[in-house]
Design a protein around this ligand. Structure first.
Ligand SMILES: *Cc1c(COP(=O)(O)O)cnc(C)c1O
Length: 389
């Protein structure tokens, strides 16, 4: 029976143990036993797909990967300890000295550090193009360009990059298109359907969705994934079986969670859009979003993140955070609990104002990760904090 990906995310299961458990078992073991020397030889010779050692494969991890592959509509996948090890593995496994990486400028902070600080040490050239100037991307491609890297929606500015457009560009120039799909999740956007070769996630965010574990995953083209798998297997940033078990259980509810996160976020964005303390507000599914048409084309809903600019700038941002009574001040997103952040005074606080503006961090920028609390409670907390800021 052909099953829908949402069903597969619920029903994909490691084979039951002799106990016949209904919920999926956890394989908390570092290695696996063989009955004979011959069986062990065959496993090491890749003649069987038996598990050998949990840095290579583990049934709990494989179950999580198989669900992600189904949800993203990809051929294969590999899991990693964190989102950052997923990002790093795609670069290190597929780029070599003399290659050029073309990246969108609006990328996650640690990804920016890998691109700017570390890759050049290995002779990998890197350059940025602007999220909001797609017409400039083709001219930035060099003869040695090997990969295009991007996030959409971007963090924290919520720019939307046209996946169909970038995918055509990658195809024309024979480049690997590598997309961080963390903000949207596969329930909202499937980059593979638009031609992406690799899709990666910080599973720490919406996929866990409850702020418990770190994890990462990369899915996509079989041959590329095999190269990344060998890099991860040899260098060691494997996903722990315990975290994989948590993440696999989380995928059973991802569809309903994301639907409610997006419903709450749209309601909050609509209510705040014209608030007198706010100079602009961005949410992908509001008509006022500069790339609304692209968002509607490639996303099923607007996702769970809303961002806005406080008219009062840096000071108002600090007052806003201090005035919140329920929303959490924490360095995460994609949780059942709503979270507020003010990048200019926290994650990007060490940069100069000029440096912040280069990566679109304006002084009064507030990012809300909308949770699953009763929506009026979230909105009322934001409204009372806005009154004071
Ligand atoms: C958090 C995040 C990452 C990094 O993931 P970790 O699990 O924290 O290592 C990468 N990309 C995006 C868009 C993120 O939000």
């Amino acid at each position: 029976m052909a099953l829908h990906p949402i069903t597969k995310a619920i029903r994909t299961q490691t084979k039951r143990s002799s106990e016949g458990e209904h919920s999926t078992p956890l394989f908390l073991t570092s290695s696996f036993c063989f009955d004979t020397a011959e069986e062990m030889r065959a496993a090491f010779a890749d003649e069987t797909d038996d598990n050998i050692y949990s840095r290579f494969t583990n049934p709990s991890v494989t179950e999580f990967i198989n669900k992600m592959v189904a949800l993203e509509g990809a051929e294969a996948g590999v899991a990693t300890a964190t989102g950052m090890s997923a990002v790093f593995a795609t670069f290190m496994a597929l780029l070599k000295k003399g290659d050029h990486l073309l990246s969108c400028n609006a990328v996650f902070g640690s990804t920016h550090n890998i691109i700017k600080k570390y890759l050049p040490n290995y002779g990998i050239e890197c350059s940025y193009v602007s999220a909001d100037k797609p017409e400039e991307w083709e001219a930035a491609i060099r003869p040695n360009t090997k990969m295009i890297y991007l996030e959409t929606p971007t963090n924290p500015g919520l720019d939307i990059i046209d996946l169909e457009f970038v995918s055509a560009l990658a195809k024309k120039h024979n480049l690997i298109l590598n997309v961080d799909n963390c903000f949207a999740t596969p329930l909202n956007q499937r980059p593979v359907d638009f031609g992406a070769h690799l899709v990666l996630h910080s599973a720490t965010k919406w996929i866990d969705g409850q702020g418990r574990v770190l994890g990462g995953v990369i899915v996509g083209d079989k041959k590329l994934i095999n190269d990344i798998y060998l890099f991860v297997r040899n260098t060691g940033p494997a996903l722990s079986p315990f975290n994989a078990w948590i993440l696999s259980k989380s995928l059973e509810t991802l569809d309903v969670r994301m639907e409610r996160h997006a419903k709450n976020a749209l309601q909050i964005a609509t209510a705040l859009e014209t608030h007198p303390k706010i100079s602009w507000l961005k949410y992908p599914y509001l008509k006022s979003h500069p790339q609304y048409d692209i968002a509607v084309k490639q996303m099923k809903n607007g996702g769970g993140i809303v961002c806005f600019e406080l008219k009062g700038g840096l000071d108002s941002g600090r007052i806003f955070l201090n005035s919140l009574q329920m929303l959490s001040l924490t360095a995460n997103l994609g949780d059942t609990r709503s979270i507020a952040s003010h990048p200019a005074s926290t994650t990007h606080g060490k940069l100069t104002e000029e440096e912040r503006l280069e990566v679109n961090i304006t002084p009064g920028l507030i990012r809300i990760s909308v949770g699953l609390e009763y929506v009026d409670d979230i909105l009322n907390d934001i409204l009372q904090a806005l009154e004071k800021s």
